[in-house]
Write a protein that binds this ligand. Structure first.
Ligand SMILES: *[C@@H]1O[C@H](CO)[C@@H](O)[C@H](O)[C@H]1NC(C)=O
Ligand SMILES: *[C@@H]1O[C@H](CO)[C@@H](O)[C@H](O)[C@H]1NC(C)=O
Ligand SMILES: *[C@@H]1O[C@H](CO)[C@@H](O)[C@H](O)[C@H]1NC(C)=O
Ligand SMILES: *[C@@H]1O[C@H](CO)[C@@H](O)[C@H](O)[C@H]1NC(C)=O
Ligand SMILES: *[C@@H]1O[C@H](CO)[C@@H](O)[C@H](O)[C@H]1NC(C)=O
Ligand SMILES: *[C@@H]1O[C@H](CO)[C@@H](O)[C@H](O)[C@H]1NC(C)=O
Ligand SMILES: [Zn+2]
Length: 508
């Protein structure tokens, strides 16, 4: 069995020094994290999940479509995930991709941000959450948790949850997911993630040909060796009732027979940065998933979009846009979803023909009649976002962020994720969030604002009844996206002193 050594492409953000966006020089030694253990077998014969395991609380690991649906009835789910610091320049690049088309329900494409705290702009996180993207947890300092001191592990995991809740105002109930930095984990770190109350973990990497398992709960452990765990014991001994695993599926090459290509950042480096090869591989990977409707994932580090210079950035953005366009044009029933939405569907599957009811698009709270609240959205449609309401938290000479939730006296760290306020405290959202309302951190209440009307795309993949759909998404976002009225300009100096993307390193 070929060692599955392709799984760990990761980037991280340096904490101690300010480093401008830059690519590693050729020949740089990549940082070494734990090396993946080769899968001895694609599935673990000792996995056994009883008939008493029933949705929504318990879902066995299975390669079958949930709910007994046929592949033809099943929506093709695509999850876009982005890891690490949330920053204005990387977001501006990625947003071009998300803006380039809409989902069949008329909403802009959602993604899941596994947000590490160092160098993150808290106001931008608030904004992404308000725009219906999912905010998930990815530690404070992005350490290799398997190699971290035991005490630091819990502080990194739980502390980052607290930072996102306190300084970006993400309601606790919406912070459900965790991904391990460098995808480096072991049983101890999994224990902490489970104990901390996360709903799902998403670091385990699977071979989509040999291990086409759908996301599932870990009540009866893993049905396969949880790659790339260092020192995990055999699958079934790691049992976590109610905790979901959303596997990361490796991409494959467009060759006969196919080989594993990579799991993250499909065009990461100049060497691999060949549009045609990368696109052929990506299409082959999507084709494979489409046959069985196994959810497809595209896992990126947004820093990778900008770190290689403007020319490469343009090319990568175009590549991602072209892929999304291709998938929507050539296949029916393609739905871009967050990880939470994917879980929700697996818990109660509906056929593609019912997806519009299952996942209606909620328009953004933008209407001339609205008052402006601090939520990262232009609520009153006057062209300015959160006018006068957010604060510029310049914490040190080198680092600061904008925030709707007050400014901390020091940079949040693992021993003090919630330092004292420097400015007047703002009010945190209620743990359960606001249903359809919007949290107002100044007034300290959920307020009901008028939401924009969402139009369905003119010719709908929305339908689920037809095959190819050449017009959907070609230029739909301007007229139909729910982010229509939200000018989302982020001040260029929101993260101070050029503390932009930091060191990029690839672990191969
Ligand atoms: C993994 O196990 C090996 C062999 O038992 C041991 O040498 C190593 O320190 C362990 N690594 C971790 C990170 O626990
Ligand atoms: C966190 O910040 C506080 C206050 O500056 C400091 O005393 C503490 O050592 C810091 N902790 C770490 C782990 O850096
Ligand atoms: C959906 O499909 C039905 C039946 O094929 C068709 O009449 C209708 O126009 C379609 N709607 C859209 C939005 O494509
Ligand atoms: C599907 O699309 C084709 C080509 O546009 C059209 O001829 C056909 O009538 C459509 N079928 C349905 C069921 O909408
Ligand atoms: C989409 O593009 C087509 C062709 O360029 C154009 O005719 C149409 O008006 C555009 N639609 C929108 C909503 O921009
Ligand atoms: C994406 O669309 C929104 C809403 O129209 C707009 O405010 C934003 O500037 C767009 N972003 C990019 C990068 O084009
Ligand atoms: Zn990361």
């Amino acid at each position: 069995m070929v060692a599955r050594a392709l799984v760990s492409l990761a980037s991280f953000v340096a904490l101690s020094t300010v480093v401008r966006a830059q690519a590693p020089a050729p020949g740089d030694t990549p940082l070494q994290g734990p090396q993946p253990v080769a899968n001895q077998q694609p599935s673990d014969p000792s996995y056994s999940c009883p008939a008493t395991c029933v949705a929504p609380a318990c879902v066995c690991a299975s390669t079958k479509i949930p709910g007994g649906l046929t592949a033809d009835q099943t929506p093709m789910f695509v999850t876009l995930t982005a890891d690490d610091a949330v920053q204005p320049d990387t977001w501006a690049a990625f947003e071009q991709v998300l803006n380039s088309t809409v989902n069949p329900n008329g909403c802009n494409l959602p993604f899941t941000s596994f947000t590490s705290i160092a160098w993150t702009d808290m106001w931008l996180v608030t904004q992404l959450h308000s725009k219906n993207h999912e905010i998930a947890v990815h530690t404070i300092n992005h350490p290799d948790l398997a190699l971290s001191r035991p005490a630091a592990r819990e502080q990194e995991i739980v502390g980052s949850f607290q930072v996102l809740n306190n300084w970006a105002g993400i309601p606790k109930k919406d912070l459900q997911g965790f991904r391990h930095p460098f995808l480096s984990f072991n049983k101890d770190t999994f224990d902490i993630v489970a104990k901390a109350g996360f709903k799902y973990e998403s670091s385990v990497t699977l071979d989509p040909i040999l291990q086409p398992y759908w996301p599932h709960t870990l009540d009866y452990g893993f049905a396969y060796y949880p790659q790339p765990c260092l020192n995990c014991t055999s699958g079934p001994s790691m049992r976590y009732p109610g905790l979901w695993e959303i596997p990361m599926y490796n991409l494959i090459t467009n060759s006969t027979p196919p080989a594993l290509w990579t799991s993250m950042d499909p065009i990461i480096s100049p060497q691999l940065n060949d549009y045609d090869i990368a696109m052929a591989n990506l299409k082959a990977s999507f084709d494979l998933h489409y046959k069985t409707k196994l959810p497809f994932g595209l896992y990126q580090h947004l820093a990778q979009l900008v770190a290689w210079g403007p020319d490469v950035q343009v090319k990568k953005i175009q590549w991602l846009k072209d892929f999304v366009q291709w998938a929507q044009t050539n296949y029916k029933d393609v739905w871009f979803v967050t990880n939470q939405q994917l879980i929700k569907w697996i818990q109660a599957p509906v056929p593609a023909s019912k997806m519009l009811e299952f996942l209606p698009c909620v328009g953004l709270a933008t209407d001339k009649s609205n008052k402006e609240v601090c939520d990262g959205i232009d609520n009153n449609g006057d062209g300015t976002v959160d006018e006068g309401l957010m604060e510029n938290c310049q914490i040190t000479d080198q680092y600061g962020f904008m925030s709707c939730f007050g400014c901390p006296t020091i940079i949040p760290n693992i021993t003090q994720p919630v330092p004292p306020f420097k400015t007047a405290a703002r009010k945190l959202p209620v743990d359960a969030g606001c249903d359809n309302g919007v949290w107002d951190p100044v007034g300290g209440a959920c307020v009901n604002l008028v939401r924009a009307t969402v139009k369905l795309p003119a010719v709908g993949a929305a339908n689920g009844t037809n095959g190819t759909n050449p017009t959907t998404g070609s230029n739909g976002s301007g007229s139909t996206s729910n982010v229509k009225n939200s000018a989302s300009a982020v001040p260029a100096n929101a993260v101070g002193a050029g503390a932009i993307v930091a060191l990029i390193s690839s672990l191969l």
